[in-house]
Design a protein around this ligand. Structure first.
Ligand code: C2E
Ligand code: MG
Ligand code: MG
Ligand code: MG
Length: 279
């Protein structure tokens, strides 16, 4: 009997694994097709100055408009893209779209800074595209300081310093760095010491609780204080209410991003949002 259960157990296990693997292969096939069919688009979420509520930045966020499955969230396909090198193509796409928006909005808002999320894999060996970015910007009469590269703390854990060297090079070229999802990783403080970052982004998880949870407010206040003493600016993510806005403003937070100001907007909608005045 035991043998029977064992065999069934194994059969179940392996069929689950097979199904998972098949799903991944399907998704991967879908993604390659999607790239060829231009199903990916970048949306842009305004980031405002806490004091003036003027849009000074925006974050570029990738979207997959699947013909049958509808809009697919990046959390569902970025990890797979990272495992399969497709991330390089998605990363180039994000960069190109950001450059296009910068070009189109120069006359509307010359101070606008766009941020793009950069995956650690994009810093991996043999891919030198990151280093070609400056040339592309120059070609369009743009400068690296108009772009902020959002990175997560995990980046420095990989690549035995190689990633860090590439990142340092980009900083030297003038790209600004924002430490994304700050406070959720395990190396945030060590990282701040090592890297010449310009911004930290306080994760939504801390912002969510500040109206009802004293601890969350204290954590936000402390992160802001520490960032300022280190000469960094703070962007709070996921602000959804007026009260959250007020509390963070009082705590000295520099910039805010969240549904309270605006959801991420399709490229054309974002451009016309800039044209027709700020929030
Ligand atoms: P992230 O960089 O931390 O981006 C912030 C996420 O919070 C976005 O989710 C944004 O839509 C969402 N958000 C902003 N304000 C609010 C709010 O007020 N309420 C709520 N509930 N959510 C809010 P999204 O667009 O689904 O992106 C998820 C993650 O996927 C991003 O987290 C980023 O890590 C990754 N990602 C997105 N686009 C790209 C990309 O082009 N390249 C790479 N490598 N990663 C990307
Ligand atoms: Mg981000
Ligand atoms: Mg984040
Ligand atoms: Mg994130």
């Amino acid at each position: 009997k035991a043998k029977q259960i064992g065999r069934n157990g194994f059969a179940l296990f392996s069929s689950e694994l097979r199904e998972k693997a098949e799903q991944r292969i399907l998704l991967l096939k879908d993604m390659r097709f999607a790239l060829a069919q231009n199903q990916f688009e970048m949306h842009f979420q305004p980031i405002v100055s806490m004091h003036t509520r003027q849009i000074t930045k925006a974050e570029a966020l990738i979207r997959w408009q699947h013909p049958n499955k509808g809009m697919i969230s990046p959390d569902q396909f970025i990890p797979l893209a990272e495992e399969t090198q497709l991330i390089h193509q998605l990363g180039e796409f994000a960069f190109d779209q950001a450059v296009e928006v910068l070009q189109k909005t120069r006359s509307l808002n010359s101070q606008l800074q766009l941020s793009i999320n950069v995956s650690p894999i994009q810093f991996s060996a043999k891919h030198t595209t990151l280093l070609a970015w400056q040339n592309q910007l120059t070609k369009h009469q743009l400068t690296p300081d108009m772009l902020v590269l959002e990175i997560t703390e995990g980046l420095m854990m990989q690549g035995e310093g190689r990633s860090q060297k590439r990142l340092t090079k980009l900083i030297q070229q003038g790209f600004a760095i924002a430490l994304d999802d700050f406070g959720t990783g395990y190396s945030s403080l060590a990282y701040l010491k090592q890297m010449d970052t310009e911004f930290i982004k306080i994760d939504k998880r801390f912002v969510d609780g500040i109206e009802i949870n004293e601890d969350d407010l204290v954590l936000c206040e402390t992160m802001i204080l520490m960032a300022h003493q280190l000469g960094l600016k703070v962007i709070a993510e996921g602000i959804e209410t007026a009260t959250q806005h007020e509390l963070l403003k009082q705590a000295g937070c520099d910039f805010g991003q969240g549904y309270f100001y605006s959801k991420p907007l399709p490229k054309e909608a974002f451009i016309s949002y800039l044209e027709h005045g700020n929030a």
